[in-house]
Structures are given as C-alpha cells and as structure tokens.
Design a protein around this ligand. Structure first.
Ligand SMILES: [Zn+2]
Length: 760
C-alpha cells in the first residue's frame, strides 16, 4: 500500500517535473518561518524555470564584487519572447524619439510592449523580495487564466531577484549559522557588500561598484524600461508598507508625469492590498522625491518612472511579535502612530513574519503588472513625451570640459561616468569634451554638473523645513575638482561622438609611482562601518591593498604597518563599541556573538599611541577625529562639539588650502570638501615637542561657505580649520573634519589621502 502510494506520487511528480514550484524544486517550504533560499538556490531555481518555460529567459548581468553572477529574468508571453529584439528596439526608440514623426511614434506605441523592471534585495538583510521573486516568476510562468495571459501579452517584465548576490549569500549563511541561538536573525558583524554595505543604494549616479555598473548598463544602455520598482524593507515597528506617492521635497526639474505615473501605480498597489485586508499601508512618508542617489531614483532624471517599496521587516526569516504599544510614527509623514489620510488603516500589532512581507510585496508587484498592462500605450507614449521635453529643455546649450585644466585625468574619469550612464558626449579637435544638452538625459546631466539648492519645504506656516532624506548635493565637478563650462552656443560643428573614454593616471599617483608603497591598515569595527568599506575600496582601486583590522588585531600590534586609518566612526564606537548604529542595521541593535565583540579600549589606544610615537602615520576621517583628539590629547578641539544648531547633511563647502605641506602639495589653493555631519577644528599653539599645520580653513565670511546643498548654522564654521596635521613623537597625525573619500566620489580631496599616506 505504502509502495503504491509512493509510485503514484512519483508519477504525479514527474508529470509536473518540467515546471516545479520553488518549494518543490528546493525541497523546503519557501517563505516559511526560518527557511531561506540562498543565492545559489535562487539562481538555480530561476534557471530551471527558464529552461522549462517558454515565457522566461535568464540574462547574466555581470560579475559581482566577489565573483558571483548577477542574473535578471525576462518574463513575458511566448509570442513576446520570440519578438524580444523588436520590443527592445521600440523601447529604445521611444526613450529617445529624436527624429521620429508623431505618426512614427504612434505606430511604435501601438506595436510596443510595456517594459518594466523590478529589482529586489539590494539591501541584503531586506531579504523577503528575493524569496518572493521565485514565487512570482513561477506564477507568471505557469498561470493560464485570461488576466495573467493578457498582462504577459502587454508587458515584458525584467525581474532581478537580488541586486547584491554576495550579500544575499552572506545573510543566508549567517542566518543559518546562528539559527536556534539567541543571535538568530541578528545583524551581520560586517558589511553585507564587500566594500559598501548599505551604501550600495547610494551609488547610482557615481557607479563605483560592479553591481551598480551592471544594472545601470542593462537599464540605460540596453533595455530602456519605462518603469522601475525597487523593493526594500524598513524598520519593524512602524507602518507595514510604504508605497508611493513619495514625500516632499521634490526636485522641480523632474518631469511631473513621473510623479503622476508613480502615484497611479502606487495607488493601485495600495488599492489591491487594502482589498485583500492588508493593513498598515502608508504614502507620503519618509522617502522623498529629491534625492538622486538611490537605485530607481536616478531614473527620474532619465525619464524613467521609479518607485520604491518599503515593507516592515521581521528578523530576517524569523517572526517578531510587536505589541501595540511598541508601534511608532516619528517620521516625516507620520509623527504619531495613528490613522491619518495617508495611513488610514494602521496595523494593530501582532506577529510579523517574512511570509507577510512576501505577501504584501507580491500583491503590490501584481498590481504593478496590472497597471503596466492596462496602461501599456500610456507608459510607452509618456516616456517619449518626457524624452522630447528633456531634449527641448536642454536647448542649444552644451557643457565643455576643457582638456587644459588642473586635473585632466579626473575630468576624463568624470566624463567616463557620464558616458557609462548613456549620456552623449562629443569631442572637439583640441581634445575638449562637449556634452550637448539637446538629449533625453539633459536633466540628469544638469543635476550632476550644476550646484544643488535644497528646496526648503514647510508643511505648515511657521514650522521647520523638511530635512534632507540622505545627502543634499551631488555636483560632480565640485566634488571631483573638475572644470566644466556652460556654453550657450553649443559644441563646435566638427566635434564627433565619443564611444569610449579611458582616463589616464592621476598626477598625484604618477608622482608617487616609484615611491615605496606604504603598508596600510584600516580600523574595522565589529558590525561594520560604511566608511571603512569606502576607504578600503578606494585604496584597493589604486593598488594599495590595505588590510582592515578588527579590534583584536589592532591590539595584537601594528608593527607591520606604516599608516593606520580611522575611518568616519563615532569616538564611543571606536573606544567602547557603543554608539551610533550604522544605517542598515534594521533599527535593532542586538549584541553580536562573543567572537565578534570588542573595541579598541585602553589596550588598543595604547597600541595606537605607541605606533605613532614610533614613527607611524595616523589618519582620522571626520567623527574619528574626536577619538584622536581625546585619546592623544593634542592641541585641537572640535568647535562643533556642542553646536546643536549646526547641520550640513551631505553638502559641498568651500575651504582655503595651505598648500605648503606634503599632505596638501597636490591641492589647489581653494577647493570644495564634502561635508556630512562635519567636524571643525579650533587649534592652539603646541609646545616645542610638536609641530602642527592647519591645512584647510573655512572662509571668513559665512556666505562664502556653501557651494552646493544645504547648511544651517554656517557661521559656526568661519575661520575654523577643516583639516589639521601634526607631528607626534616620531610619527604624524592628520585629522580630516570631513570624509575626503566620501562614497568614492570626492576626487577633489583624494590627493590629500594619497599624499598623506606617503608623508614622511
Ligand atoms: Zn533598503
């Protein structure tokens, strides 16, 4: 009897073996408590599904930082799958309709299919969407109801199950390792991207990381989707799901059709969720329409409608219990946790699990597909309308990037980034680059090349303005120290289109090419620090091969190093392991397992002092300067230590540079520095045991300080030092009151880092 049953079961299984559900294929219940598919399993499932289904194919987007392969599924009807080259060509033409007649555009709109993108799991601990993606792909590959078939006839869906495969693997490995212990579902002791952790969603205009480059290429140079939805998770104790409309402020140069489409799609998502009794939906909350750096946001300036979804988190795949009294507002758009017009049905509290997150995400994703199907012609026409408007907005203006300038290699580097974004660049006979603004990405170009003025929006008369969500500026010529000129008449007629730009070596690196490379260590606290990752990334890029040291490794001695770098980490975090949580820790600050604990403490501080006294060089970035000031008792004070009215979230500020010092020898007399939670220094004359140099000073007139972004309390900075160098024993200390390598972007101040590494 038993054998017969197994036989029948096997026959039943083999009849459907061609297309299995994710749970059948992986042999465990996907989405159940404490079950996680890792990236290998996810990709193997997607590949098997594509092999079995004529509705789906897999594209390899490229290699990840740690050598994995990032995949994207292309899902549509069988007929569309056979016609993909034509569908792609139409999407491309409509995203750049220059030269097309209205009749031609009409024809393309009728013939074309909506091309829409969904990206999942860029933030690796926000893991539910990577699991949901398998179930959604299965449903689309197998469903035969008329509505699904209609949607697939109208839409080509691009589905990326994880934008950070390396991190997906790290999170699943770590989760499984500590399952059943008190650390189950806790945060990682290191960054979940090899270099940039949570900042992988801050890289979408600079394109420093492999994953960003690969996705960007697929979007802006190959598929030209009309809409992009990026699925995230937020904290555990607020609303259950943020769905656009976005919150204020907005960038007024973005085509308003972008917001109308985002609102249409977002409203349908919330509508379908509410119909299925999903509580806790909110719009107009926290996430603004101004910031350029995030995954889908960059597309707003490139005529693509981008939406962000943020669902409340569980503890990775472990459920959490939230008491009603633990639910909080406390954010822009929901000050107190209660019913408001943008949050009409508050979630009452209870158990919240990964399955809930997947269900919310799935309903929202289907509602997106529904709109992309029903509004196919609108989406296709709208992107052509936006592109045309952007070409007209650009007019006859061009930006010139002159070949004769202080730092041509960096100017080339900046131009190469724009080229990678799909921006059209020309070159004139004399080697200058020209960027004509009569092109579809004109608003993106202006956004990156012109200063930002943060829009001050107040929600009620007399109230405070809304603060920036992240940083407030991204003006590349300033951040990179590149000269760019706006020219009214456009480029010379003989200028030709550039297809490739290979930057030459920076002068500061060429200068040191024959010097012995210093041995560099970077402090790496348990729990990870974004600025450690960015510092390591920069130094890896230029061949320094730095070592990142955990507290225990520092205590073991620094005799094998010439330079020690303290990245931007709060002094308490360095000294005692307590302090501000890094972003991305999901708002719960668990204790890490014992093997991942510890900080510098007195023992590490003594090692550090001895290291400098014996001839080492110590560099401290931004907040870490506070640690050095206290620990080394140097004649420097943080002038902003008690300045509660001062704020400059990610802005470019002007400083004057004393170039008569090895650390500043390759800097201009005046430069922009990127300031985010700045430190400014008061110095006093030291005794005879020490030499010290003020390397950078803020201007005397506070009106001269802000170059791009937003600042409050700038008068606190006048005549204060922004960078200081000093001798200490046989060694040297350099304090930077800012991050000289902010997110891999601030090439203007990179020379100070490189020169400081070689300072003897
Ligand atoms: Zn996120």
């Amino acid at each position: 009897m038993k054998r017969a049953f197994i036989l029948i079961a096997l026959i039943a299984l083999s009849a459907h073996a061609a297309v299995q559900t994710p749970s059948q294929f992986l042999g465990f219940e996907v989405g159940a408590d404490k079950n996680l598919a890792d990236y290998k399993q996810i990709t193997s499932y997607f590949r098997s599904l594509a092999a079995a289904s004529p509705r789906m194919q897999i594209e390899d987007l490229g290699k990840t930082t740690l050598g994995d392969t990032m995949i994207m599924a292309v899902i549509s009807s069988e007929a569309n799958m056979r016609n993909l080259p034509r569908i792609k060509a139409i999407a491309k033409q409509l995203s750049d309709p220059r030269g097309l007649s209205d009749a031609q555009i009409d024809g393309l709109v009728r013939e074309g299919k909506s091309v829409i993108l969904v990206t999942c799991n860029i933030h690796s601990s926000e893991i539910a969407s990577s699991q949901m993606a398998m179930e959604w792909a299965y449903a689309l590959a197998t469903a035969n109801d008329p509505e699904t078939k209609k949607r697939l006839d109208n839409v080509v869906l691009l589905l990326v199950p994880s934008l950070n495969p390396d991190g997906e693997t790290m999170i699943t490995d770590y989760y499984r390792k500590y399952l059943g212990t008190r650390y189950e579902g806790g945060r990682l002791p290191w960054l979940y991207h090899h270099y940039v952790g949570h900042d992988n969603n801050r890289d979408w205009y600079m394109l420093t990381q492999l994953e960003t480059k690969a996705m960007s290429r697929a979007v802006y140079r190959e598929w030209y989707p009309q809409v992009w939805v990026d699925e995230h998770q937020m904290g555990t104790d607020g609303p259950r799901m943020f769905i656009p409309p976005f919150a204020d402020p907005l960038d007024a140069t973005v085509n308003p059709l972008i917001w109308r489409e985002a609102n249409l799609i977002g409203s349908n998502m919330a509508f379908r969720l509410e119909q299925q009794h999903k509580a806790g939906l909110i719009y107009g909350y926290s996430f603004d329409a101004y910031w350029l750096g995030g995954t889908r946001n960059t597309g707003w300036w490139k005529n693509i409608t981008g939406l962000l979804l943020e669902t409340a988190s569980a503890r990775i795949a472990s459920p959490i219990q939230i008491e009603p009294s633990e639910l909080h507002g406390g954010q822009k758009g929901l000050v107190e946790y209660k019913a408001t017009i943008n949050h009409p049905n508050p979630w009452p509290g209870g158990t919240w699990r990964m399955r809930d997150i997947m269900d919310y995400e799935r309903i929202a994703s289907d509602a997106y597909l529904e709109i992309a199907s029903n509004y196919r012609e609108d989406l296709l026409r709208d992107i052509s309308v936006r592109a045309k408007a952007a070409v007209a907005w650009g007019g006859s203006v061009a930006y010139r990037i002159p070949k004769v300038q202080r730092d041509w290699p960096t100017a080339q580097f900046m131009s190469a980034i724009l080229l990678e974004h799909g921006v059209e660049i020309m070159q004139s006979d004399n080697g200058d680059y020209w960027i004509p603004m009569a092109q579809p990405y004109s608003k993106f170009i202006a956004e990156l090349l012109e200063p930002q003025r943060y829009p001050e929006v107040r929600l009620q008369p007399g109230k405070e303005i809304l603060r920036p969500y992240d940083v407030a500026t991204w003006t590349l010529p300033m951040a990179m120290g590149v000269t760019v000129e706006k020219v009214g008449g456009g480029q010379p007629p003989t200028a030709v289109r550039v297809t490739e730009i290979k930057p030459s070596t920076k002068a500061v690196l060429a200068k040191h090419a024959n010097d012995k490379k210093p041995r560099i260590a970077i402090y790496n606290p348990w729990g990870g620090a974004l600025d450690e990752g960015w510092t390591r990334w920069l130094l890896d890029q230029v061949g320094f091969a730095p070592k990142s040291l955990h507290p225990q490794e520092v205590k073991a001695g620094l005799q094998n190093y010439d330079v020690f770098i303290l990245p931007d980490i709060d002094k308490d975090q360095i000294a005692s392991g307590r302090g501000r949580a890094e972003e991305g820790s999901m708002r719960y600050q668990d204790e890490l397992p014992p093997e991942y604990r510890g900080s510098l403490e007195k023992e590490g501080a003594d090692v550090l002092k001895k290291f400098v006294e014996n001839g080492g060089t110590l560099l401290a970035f931004n907040a870490a300067s506070d640690y050095v000031i206290e620990t080394f008792n140097v004649p420097v004070r943080n002038a902003l230590a008690r300045a509660s009215d001062f704020s400059a979230p990610g802005s470019l500020l002007r400083v004057n540079v004393n170039t008569n010092h090895p650390v500043t020898a390759d800097m201009p007399k005046e430069t922009a520095i990127y300031v985010d939670r700045a430190i400014a220094f008061d110095t006093t004359a030291p005794g005879g045991e020490m030499q010290r140099w003020v390397l950078m000073t803020y201007p005397e007139d506070s009106r001269d300080i802000l170059l791009s972004g937003w600042i409050n309390g700038e008068e606190r900075l006048t005549r204060k030092a922004a960078a200081v160098a000093m001798t200490y024993g046989k060694g040297r200390i350099v304090l930077f009151g800012f991050r000289p390598q902010h997110r891999g972007q601030t090439h203007a101040t990179f020379p100070m880092i490189f020169d400081a590494l070689y300072w003897q």
